[in-house]
Ligand binder design. Structure first.
Ligand SMILES: O=P(O)(O)O[C@@H]1C[C@H](O)[C@@H](CO)O1
Length: 250
């Protein structure tokens, strides 16, 4: 997808965490997309891997220091919204930081004023212009039937949710549930980068005690492959259409 690639394995970057999840390659790829400089993470980090939350979000601060202005995040998520189907792409409009309710927030600890303020606002976490751009581009690409908008809820994982947990998350107003993204968004917003995030609905969560369905990682990987090309096209088109006052890294 990127031209003129320069690739670093995470293991060769000092102090960088390592990907431990099947399906996460563990590479940082620099390059250009239609002339736009970009850096892509092939593999991200999660609380359930045992990393401290500040380590999970370290790449965001590195990107800020490299001059990145806009962060585009994608994830796999379970659909809670009853109108969602496997293969839907949800443009995230807001999040519920469930670990944060218990004090597990990446900004806990002394605030580093070089990056941002002590108490950052999160009511504008997801850039509204970029959300609209993603929706408009999705429509143009003919994705209207599977393009949704909604609220993403992060949990710690690695166990998938119980039926009672899914029911409560749905009642709380979440449309999709996952194990990532939110921590990175908080740190990216703290240091003033713009954020747009997309969830691929890889499975529908089980909300019914009569259901025989069981969430599993293999189904998540399989469903991700089915939409990989379309998701990549959406992301790359968004990149080429973002307004870049300083033409910096994306
Ligand atoms: O895209 P992410 O890393 O959030 O993927 C989800 C959460 C777990 O890593 C995995 C569970 O199948 O998918």
């Amino acid at each position: 997808m990127l031209k003129d690639q320069v690739v670093f394995n995470y293991k060769d970057i000092p102090n960088f965490p390592q990907s431990t999840v099947h399906g996460h390659a563990g590479r940082l790829v620099f390059g250009t997309l239609k002339g736009r400089p970009c850096v892509c993470m092939q593999g991200r980090f999660h609380l359930y891997e045992g990393y401290p939350i500040q380590k999970i979000t370290l790449p965001m601060r590195i990107f800020k220091m490299l001059g990145v202005e806009t962060v585009i995040l994608t994830n796999a998520a379970g659909g809670l919204n009853q109108d969602f189907k496997v293969g839907d792409i949800m443009v995230i409009k807001d999040h519920i930081n469930m670990p944060g309710f218990a004090g597990n927030n990446p900004l806990v600890g002394p605030n580093d004023e070089r990056f941002g303020v002590r108490f950052p606002c999160m009511s504008d976490a997801y850039d509204r212009e970029l959300q609209q751009l993603a929706v408009d581009i999705g429509q143009e690409l003919g994705y209207g039937d599977f393009l949704k908008e909604g609220v993403y809820c992060v949990l710690g994982g690695p166990s998938f949710e119980t039926i009672a947990e899914c029911r409560i998350l749905h009642k709380l107003g979440a449309d999709a549930v996952g194990m990532s993204t939110v921590h990175e968004v908080i740190v990216a917003r703290h240091c003033g980068m713009r954020v747009v995030a997309l969830s691929l609905i890889t499975n529908l969560v089980v909300m019914d005690y009569d259901s025989q369905e069981k969430a599993n990682h293999e189904d998540v990987l399989q469903a991700s492959k089915l939409r990989a090309g379309q998701l990549e096209r959406l992301v790359s088109t968004v990149v080429t259409r973002i307004d870049h006052p300083n033409s910096n890294l994306i």
